[in-house]
Design a protein around this ligand. Structure first.
Ligand code: C5P
Length: 235
């Protein structure tokens, strides 16, 4: 695998060219970062756990009709995926108030929203992923109007599927980030779904079981992700 050409080095994953020209290999790393890379640590075991959790989530979404980039799970930390033209957008869905929403509007954390919120951020480490609205996305030719509608529709559908998926394991799905790409003219879900890019609160204790544990120094991240995997497997 290491002989393959490195196409992209990310904070939590590396992407390599696969044998087949239109496929790539995603390799999960043990690195944890927060605050746009300002806090960084190697946490042995994290890559495998994120990959395993993401596999469970993607398999469930695929079974429920969501089109994704996943071709095959290759090992406990590697996935073969379709090579797509990824929209430089982070699509954030929120069901419960937390994080930047609470900070921005100075509202109370933990309030159930009357309807899910969908937000877009422009993917740029140099710019700290600034908020971008639909009119800007359209005018700057990042996606056309139909593509924006399709992304929104899919993101909301994924949210409706994932709320009960996590509820069965006694988690509240507070918020999460998705990415989408285009493959053969079709918009599909790409990247990963793990506690690195969502907020999961234990329904009983309301404790965070996600990257906030690392961001806020609230405990052992690897142990926490291990519990998340176990609960999703047992549900
Ligand atoms: O920080 P904020 O409250 O806007 O994050 C909302 C959700 O999006 C969180 O679950 C967070 O983990 C995720 N996110 C992410 N990558 C980013 C920004 C946010 O996965 N660059």
């Amino acid at each position: 695998m290491t002989d393959e050409k490195l196409l992209y080095e990310g904070k939590a994953k590396n992407v390599y060219q696969a044998e087949n020209e239109d496929e790539v290999l995603m390799v999960y790393k043990d690195q944890a970062t927060a605050f746009n890379g300002k806090k960084k640590e190697i946490l042995p075991g994290k890559g495998v756990l994120n990959c395993q959790i993401s596999m469970l989530v993607f398999d469930y979404l695929i079974k429920n009709g969501i089109k994704t980039h996943l071709v095959k799970n290759l090992s406990d930390h590697e996935q073969l995926v379709k090579k797509t033209n990824v929209f430089p957008l982070e699509v954030v869905l929120r069901n419960i108030t937390s994080g930047s929403l609470v900070k921005k509007f100075q509202i109370e954390e933990g309030q159930k929203l009357s309807t899910p919120i969908i937000e877009f951020y422009y993917k740029s480490d140099a710019l700290d992923d600034p908020f971008i609205n639909e009119s800007q996305i359209h005018a700057l030719k990042i996606a056309d109007k139909d593509e924006i509608e399709e992304i929104k529709e899919q993101a909301l559908k994924i949210n409706q599927l994932l709320i009960p998926f996590f509820a069965k394991a006694n988690f509240d799905l507070v918020d999460f980030k998705l990415e989408f790409g285009k493959y053969n003219g079709q918009i599909i879900l790409v990247d990963e779904f793990s506690p690195d890019n969502c907020r999961l609160w234990d329904k009983t204790s309301h404790h965070s079981m996600d990257k906030d544990v690392f961001r806020k120094h609230e405990g052992d991240l690897v142990e926490t992700y291990h519990d998340v995997l176990q609960r999703l497997q047992d549900k």
